[in-house]
Design a protein around this ligand. Structure first.
Ligand code: ATP
Ligand code: MG
Length: 382
């Protein structure tokens, strides 16, 4: 019997939610990412619970126990239960009745086995009770997780045809939890059905791609995506060869993974159907992509973009050009980021105004930057 004992499982809110369901004569199982990650000794992102209780019953039971229920996805059987300031996604056991490759029509089920069979990968279909005992209804999840094999449950192609997003999830989970060797059957199925990702919404694709690119080292998974013909269908014109050098440079510089920076290195986000990203992500992507073309000095990058963005721009340029940044470049960024321009609009007023004022100021600022921030206010105004 495999047991886990992560902090969240011992917490009072986790016990309160499970007690409310079990007290009503129902089952309560933690499932998916939180169980998988606990087995790997990693943090949980979200806490998912699955139960044989129907959603209305879940709401009644947890409210009777003094907890708050928010019907966040009631049509899929999901109720978010808030306990001790933490959210638990409680979803009724489900089975797929109909699938069109984009979203499944689900029916509620009374059985954990059916619920497990509709999940994507064996390592994502592990369950644990409040006592920490792990259940593996598919019978392959624990062994696959130990061997770091990301494998589809059941027939690979059939599972992909039900929901083409699973192609992207395959690469995402491989990047995060897979070993050196990607599952050959899963990969072959993704390659055979790659075209199917084109029918997915840009939001869903963007979400999965960004999660993939946030992995500690997504380069091998992205290389497999490219080789199987999936990459060019989500990022037309992307160059997968820039990713490994970027990840290497990030490691040397001690830079935390940033999916936007990785996407900027890959490129291809503008061709075809662009990914739908958040506004801040789009802005950062634009700034980084532009910085590669502009070839500014490290000091100027620091001044114009600020420390954090400038460091990313420097790494990006290093990866794309194949010329690693120097120690001195990082120091120059620090200097540039702290530099304060000695002239301001006031210095040109009232003699100049409007566009002319803007031009004069920009020109003075450019001279000051070009001087390595050494020209003084007097120099610039004379
Ligand atoms: P993360 O830590 O990234 O959140 P996760 O395993 O919790 O990983 P989610 O995307 O949150 O991943 O999904 C939760 C669970 O729901 C998965 O572990 C899997 O069992 C199931 N699941 C999610 N999406 C799908 C899908 N498209 N097809 C089949 N099962 C899915
Ligand atoms: Mg999750």
């Amino acid at each position: 019997m495999t047991r886990i004992s992560p902090d969240w499982l011992a917490s009072a809110p986790a016990h309160a939610v499970c007690a409310a369901l079990e007290g009503g004569g129902h089952q309560a199982w933690f499932v998916g990412g939180c169980v998988r990650n606990a087995l790997l000794g990693e943090e949980a992102t979200d806490l998912d619970i699955t139960t044989d209780a129907r959603p209305e019953r879940v709401i009644a039971l947890v409210e009777a126990a003094g907890l708050r229920a928010v019907p966040t996805g009631i049509e899929h059987g999901t109720v978010t239960v808030v306990a001790g300031g933490r959210g638990f996604e409680v979803t009724t056991f489900r089975r797929d009745v109909e699938t069109d490759g984009r979203r499944a029509v689900v029916a509620f089920s009374d059985s954990m086995e059916e619920d497990a069979a509709r999940r994507d990968f064996t390592m994502n279909a592990l369950y644990c009770g409040i006592d920490g005992a792990v259940v593996d209804p598919v019978g392959e999840g624990l062994a696959d997780l130990a061997a770091r094999r990301v494998r589809f449950i059941g027939d690979d192609e059939e599972r992909i045809r039900e929901d083409y997003l699973r192609i992207l999830r395959f690469f995402r989970f491989h990047a995060w939890y897979g070993g050196d060797r990607i599952d050959p059957e899963g990969l072959a199925a993704c390659a055979a059905l790659a075209e199917g990702v084109e029918g997915l919404s840009r939001e869903r694709i963007g979400h999965e791609v960004m999660k993939l690119l946030a992995a500690p080292d997504p380069a091998p998974a992205v290389a497999s995506m490219a080789a199987s013909g999936v990459l060019m269908r989500v990022l037309q014109g992307a160059n997968p060869a820039t990713l490994a050098p970027l990840v290497h440079l990030e490691g040397l510089a001690g830079e935390a993974p940033d999916p936007v920076l990785r996407l900027a290195a890959l490129g291809g986000h503008e061709g075809g159907r662009p990914l739908r990203l958040s506004k801040p992500q789009m802005r950062a992507l634009e700034i980084l992509s532009r910085s590669v073309e502009e070839a500014k000095s490290a000091a100027e990058l620091g001044y114009r973009l600020g420390r954090d963005m400038a460091r990313k721009a420097l790494l990006l340029r290093g990866a794309v050009m194949g010329v690693p940044p120097l120690e001195g470049d990082f120091a120059a960024i620090e200097t540039g980021a702290k530099a304060v321009c000695p002239v301001s609009a006031k210095d040109f007023m009232p003699a100049l105004e409007g566009a002319a004022l803007g031009r004069a100021l920009a020109e003075a600022e450019a001279r000051w930057v070009a001087s390595g921030f050494s020209l003084t206010r007097e120099n610039l105004l004379s």
